[in-house]
Design a protein around this ligand. Structure first.
Ligand code: CA
Length: 92
């Protein structure tokens, strides 16, 4: 009896976790698109900079200009000067 209920609890937990992850992905995609102003599914340095600017200003930090190009270099795995959604998502 105890075993059954804990199994049930685990499956409920797992189900809610995966739906949370999905909602999170959709949110991220929406956020990404918001800054992808020419809608090419990639963030240019300019687009990424404006994203960082908003984020930095929200938390009262400065230096987003420097951070933008630094982080861009770091995230831009294929070095095309643009961030795809996948690249952007990694190692934030
Ligand atoms: Ca773009």
């Amino acid at each position: 009896m105890k075993n059954t209920s804990s199994k049930l609890l685990i499956s409920v937990l797992l189900a809610s976790m995966s739906s949370l992850a999905c909602a999170d992905d959709a949110k991220k995609q929406k956020y990404f698109s918001k800054f992808d102003s020419d809608n090419n599914n990639h963030l240019s340095l300019e687009e990424y900079s404006s994203m960082l600017k908003v984020r930095f200003e929200k938390s009262d930090k400065s230096g987003w200009e420097k951070q933008a190009s630094k982080r861009m270099d770091f995230k831009d795995a294929n070095a095309d000067g643009q961030l795809s959604f996948g690249e952007w998502q990694q190692s934030r």
